[in-house]
Design a protein around this ligand. Structure first.
Ligand code: 7TS
Length: 421
């Protein structure tokens, strides 16, 4: 048994229960008081909190190992380069990618999708070609494709979703055809929590020779990702949603695709040779990492991956499922509350509306009780349009949340109903 699996096993209480208190103790911010109340942090889909192990790894790297990477013969530059490239290998293993060079460090999911749209998209799409997304996407998996359509004359197609918030696969299949060149879908919806059948979607894309990009911003914190089993062409996620720092994330791409793609940005590190007449580009992944990257952020993301793996994604998934079921039942039972997004397979997100109360008021009143949720369109306005609402209140869970916190949320909702009579 590894040290990590010993820790994971010993964190399971008798009877296999998840020892949430043990993990909560790793997150210093969870003891914060907000407006005189104990913080109840239910905005994990926006950004997850960081455990001490990540905070310390960042501080320790900056204190003892920091220098610019890839370009120094001096000791610290070599130490920093090793830490940076070590994190790349951790990401590779986390996603079960075959090779480190298939892992590109970017600013986050948004930049990853823009990179593919700009580089792969402009090089491979022509007027009349089609890009297929769904009605369930975050704006960052809509707008880059709209820009690409404007630039190339390609056409954006959108697969519909059901009243439960699931992709209507029969309709999706009808939209996949000879003209389809890119299929881009989220693995888990940030607005509704739906887990999408990305394996089936990728297979459909491949049947017509299209590439498939999976937006994994909301899956990476909750599900084990296996890009090889999925056969994903591109897969993106953000560090700040997996308990790491902001400003850094990952684009996975199959090596053959990345090698054939033109650079996204030009500058230092992405070249092998520069003259005014001709520039030769560096090999992948460096071809796509122009300029000094977020070195400390990458190291912090590596520490976050170590941390997640010490808890174990299977244990996280099982515990969060229990939390979501409890929350769905309790919140759904409150009179005047309607849950938005009731898919059969969901992860970590409970979106709801309360009759006669604007979601922003829900968020503001819950905040008075120290409860942090998100109120708004969640950067998924088409999802709101589909349900004929301007916004929802959204509670989103991490493995450090508890049933007692869900009880606090339910008490808060009752309070709101009283206030708005
Ligand atoms: N895709 C999905 C499915 C997301 O949930 C988000 C962020 C992004 C892409 C963009 O990620 P970024 O790290 O590049 O910003 N979602 C949210 C959210 O639900 N609330 O705040 C940010």
């Amino acid at each position: 048994m590894t040290a990590q699996s010993v820790r994971a096993a010993s964190a399971m209480l008798d009877g296999g229960a998840f020892d949430v208190e043990r993990y909560r103790a790793d997150f210093p911010i969870l003891t914060t008081q907000v407006r005189g109340k104990e913080l109840v942090y239910l905005d994990n889909a926006a950004s997850a909190q960081k455990p001490r192990q990540v905070i310390d790894a960042i501080a320790e790297f900056d204190r003892a190992s920091y220098a610019n990477i890839h370009r120094g013969v001096h000791h610290l530059s070599q130490v920093a380069t090793k830490a940076y490239e070590g994190a790349r290998d951790k990401v590779r293993a986390f996603m079960n990618a075959e090779q480190d060079r298939e892992i590109i460090f970017v600013r986050g999911t948004t930049e990853a999708i823009n990179l593919v749209a700009s580089s792969y998209g402009r090089a491979n799409l022509q007027a009349g070609d089609e890009i297929l997304i769904t009605h369930l996407e975050h704006h960052s998996n809509i707008v880059p494709w709209q820009i690409l359509c404007q630039q190339t004359g390609a056409v954006l197609k959108v697969a519909p979703i059901s009243d439960e918030g699931e992709i209507v696969m029969d309709e999706f299949k009808k939209l996949v055809g000879k003209k389809t060149k890119i299929v881009a879908v989220n693995h888990v919806s940030n607005a509704l929590g739906t887990i999408n059948p990305v394996d089936e979607i990728i297979a459909l894309a491949h049947e017509v020779g299209a590439v498939a990009l999976i937006d994994g911003a909301q899956s990476a914190p909750h599900l084990a990702i296996d890009v090889r089993a999925l056969d994903a062409d591109f897969y993106a996620f953000s560090s700040h949603k997996i308990f790491g720092p902001t400003g850094v994330g990952v684009l996975y791409g199959k090596a053959a695709l990345l090698e054939a793609m033109p650079p996204y940005q030009g500058g230092g590190d992405m070249i092998s040779y520069v003259t005014f007449e001709e520039t030769r580009y560096n090999r992948i992944p460096y071809k796509f990492e122009a300029g000094t990257p977020n070195i400390t952020g990458v190291v912090g993301m590596g520490a976050a991956i170590d941390y997640i793996q010490s808890v174990g994604l299977d244990a996280i998934g099982a515990y969060e499922h229990e939390l979501l079921e409890y929350a769905t039942e309790r919140v759904g039972a409150v009179e005047g509350v309607r849950l938005v997004g009731t898919a059969a397979k969901k992860a970590g997100v409970l979106s709801f509306v309360i009759d006669g109360v604007h979601p922003h008021d829900v968020g503001t009143i819950l905040d008075q009780a120290g409860i942090a949720i998100r109120a708004g369109h969640h950067c998924a306005q088409p999802v709101m349009d589909r349900f004929g609402i301007p916004a929802t209140a959204r509670a989103s869970f991490a493995f450090y949340n508890t049933k007692a916190e869900i009880d606090a949320l339910v008490d808060g909702i009752h309070q709101i109903r009283k206030v708005f009579g």
